[in-house]
Structure formats: structure tokens, C-alpha cells
Design a protein around this ligand. Structure first.
Ligand SMILES: [Zn+2]
Length: 366
């Protein structure tokens, strides 16, 4: 269902007569209702073990290499899959919405998700539900604890957005033998003020083109304004300027983005450029992870509103995304990849599924 991007158990059920299923499963495919019910009773650790199996095979085959700087990064981020005003299960989180008609309660499900960022192949390793009444950091901590047990040497650095610039979080990550990296925003007001002041007067340590941008970077490991964490912490700033042509009057306009990251990585382990690149790679969890899963893989669809079933379906979507990306990047030759898009390949998989309904022996693409 996910690999063919069918989007619903009903659509999957319509392919039941396909010979592909009989050949692949060795028996008839269960009904949509049965699949939903079964997924609410599956042991989630079995699905996680499948994700791990794919990772292990890729690692063994040297198909999962770190970026050129040599550090593997685990990016942790929160992702909300569904929200509505009708409570549907015991694990729905809730928040108050202030509307013109008064306050209403909205129910939602949110996961902490971990993505392993490699050179040209990244994997979604695991997800952990945010439980009612707790925050994302609590779920992320359970997630990272479990991933570290299953994948102890898979990564060197744990990165996150500004909410992860948190003393307990950084201490937890350091305590588990990894380095931490987080976006620095106003939630650490003293540190950001000191960084802006110092970097406002210091010359840039790097000034270089980066694609169509000019990137200037500042780097200092002498900040004393996060004493709860360490006597001194390292902050890296990247100011990137680029020009765009405005659609309205065709005039060129200069735009800029200004980034600050705080990290426990020492300069000897990661250069300024490495920290900047890792900071930007954090976005792959948004751009290539969640956006891809939601827009192309229907990962946010509620296939069955049951806490276990929802997690199982979400993990299935991560597993299928990983398998698909590994196939696309490692099995297809560059010339083929140039000729066929990922959507094209997904539609080929779906077309084989549908073709097997009508006639002839089923052939599998993978
Ligand atoms: Zn629910």
C-alpha cells in the first residue's frame, strides 16, 4: 500500500484479486478491516526490527556512508500526524484552541522521529509517540534511548531544532557518549545575545561561495553564558546572502538567512564548515522526510484510529520510504535515475500491482 502510494486500506483491498498477493503472501490478502484490526495488535518491536534489518543490510553492503566530513548525524524532530476536535482514542493528546466561538479542545497525535543522515542516502530509523500531557522532549528522550540501544554506533551527533537547546537534553546526549547540536534561538536569551554581540564585531572565520549564495561563518567555543551545561560552549553562525529576481517588477533583491547553532562538538572534531553543513542537513528531516512521507506516501492518513495501529502504519511508511530510497539510490544506475523520477518508479510498482489483477503471471519490480 505504501510502496504503491495507494493512500487507503480500501484502495489496497481493491487489489486483493491480484495474483501478486497470492504469490507473495502464499494466501489471500486479508480484508481492509482485518488489516486494521491486526495492525492494532501487532507487537511494534517487530516492525522496528524490520527497519533495523534493512539498516543492517545496507551497512553491511557499505551502502550507507557518512557525508564527506565523516560524522553521521541523527536528527530528531516532532511530527504531528493528525488533529481533530473529536477524541477518538485513549492516547490522543489535547490542547485548547481559542476561537471566536470560545475555547475548544483539539485532539492530536504527534511523534518524535529520528532520521539518520548519510552522504546521499538517509534513513528514518524510528518514531515514538508523544503521550498525553508530556512534551516532545520526553518522547524524544525515550526514542533516542531505544535507538542508542539498537544502533549504538550508527551516529556521532544528535541534532535538533531550538527546543533541543535544552540543558537536560544536552546532558542526556553527552551522557550517552554522543555530541549534541541544536539551533540557537531566543530560548537561550543570554547565549544568543552574547553570540550576536561577539559575532557582530569579529571578522568572519569563513567567507566562501556556497552554490548561488555567499556564506560567511563565525565560530567561537568561548561562550560562558550557558553555565548549567558547561563553563564554555561553542556557537557557530552562518550568514548567507543571495539574490532573487522579484516576479512583480523583475528587479533583483538581496535576501539573507542568518543561522546560529550551539554544539558540544569540539573544533578538533568538526570544523566550522562541518557544523554549518550539519546544521543545514537537519532540514532533510523536513524536506526529504516529513514532506515526502506526507505529500507522496500518505503517512498522515489515519488508517485506523487506534494508538498501536497508527504507530504501526507510521513505522510501515518509514520502512517503505527507506526501502524505496535504498532501491532508487543504490539499485538504479545513474543513467536510469536521470531518466525516471521517483514518482515514475512508484507508479511502475502500482501498475504492476494493478496489472496482476487482470491477467498473466505477476512480475515484481524489486
Ligand atoms: Zn487518538
Amino acid at each position: 500500500m505504501f510502496l504503491s502510494r495507494l493512500g487507503s486500506l480500501h484502495a489496497l483491498e481493491q487489489t486483493r484479486p491480484g495474483r501478486f498477493w497470492a504469490r507473495w503472501l502464499g494466501q489471500a490478502m486479508p480484508s481492509a478491516d482485518s488489516i486494521g484490526r491486526i495492525c492494532s495488535r501487532i507487537d511494534v518491536s517487530d516492525v522496528r526490527a524490520s527497519v533495523h534489518q534493512l539498516y543492517s543490510r545496507l551497512k553491511r553492503m557499505k551502502a550507507l556512508e557518512p557525508p564527506v566530513h565523516g560524522l553521521m548525524q541523527a536528527v530528531v524532530d516532532g511530527h504531528e500526524t493528525t488533529a481533530g476536535r473529536k477524541r477518538c482514542c485513549s492516547e490522543c493528546c489535547q490542547r485548547i484552541l481559542h476561537t471566536q466561538a470560545g475555547d475548544v479542545i483539539e485532539y492530536y497525535h504527534r511523534y518524535a522521529v529520528l532520521r539518520l543522515v548519510g552522504q546521499d542516502l538517509s534513513l528514518m530509523l524510528d518514531a515514538e509517540p508523544v503521550r498525553p500531557g508530556e512534551d516532545e522532549l520526553a518522547a524524544s528522550r525515550r526514542l533516542v534511548e531505544r535507538v542508542l540501544d539498537s544502533y549504538p554506533r550508527a551516529f556521532d551527533v544528535v541534532a535538533g531544532d531550538a527546543i533541543y537547546a535544552n540543558t537536560e537534553w544536552f546532558q542526556f546526549v553527552l551522557g550517552r557518549g554522543k555530541h549534541a547540536l541544536a539551533v540557537l534561538k531566543d530560548n537561550r536569551p543570554n547565549l544568543i545575545e552574547d553570540a550576536r554581540t561577539l559575532f557582530g564585531v569579529l571578522p568572519a572565520s569563513l567567507d566562501e561561495p556556497a552554490g548561488n549564495r555567499r556564506r560567511r561563518s563565525w565560530d567561537s567555543d568561548a561562550f560562558t553564558s550557558w553555565p548549567e551545561l558547561a563553563p564554555r560552549v561553542r556557537v557557530v553562525r552562518s550568514l548567507e546572502t543571495y539574490t532573487v529576481r522579484r516576479q512583480l517588477d523583475k528587479q533583483e533583491e538581496e535576501l539573507s538567512s542568518d543561522w546560529l547553532w550551539v554544539t558540544t562538538l569540539p573544533k578538533a572534531r568538526a570544523s566550522t564548515q562541518t557544523v554549518v553543513n550539519m546544521g543545514h542537513d537537519r532540514w532533510t528531516i523536513e524536506n526529504q522526510g516529513f514532506n515526502e512521507l506526507v505529500n507522496r506516501w500518505h503517512a498522515d492518513h489515519v488508517y485506523k484510529h487506534h494508538p498501536t495501529a497508527m504507530l504501526v502504519f507510521f513505522l510501515f511508511s518509514l520502512l517503505c520510504l527507506n526501502a524505496f530510497m535504498a532501491f532508487y539510490r543504490r539499485n538504479l544506475k545513474p543513467a536510469v535515475r536521470k531518466a525516471v523520477s521517483m514518482l515514475h518508479v512508484a507508479q511502475l510498482i502500482a501498475s504492476e500491482l494493478y496489472a496482476s489483477i487482470r491477467q498473466g503471471p505477476a512480475r515484481t519490480l524489486i
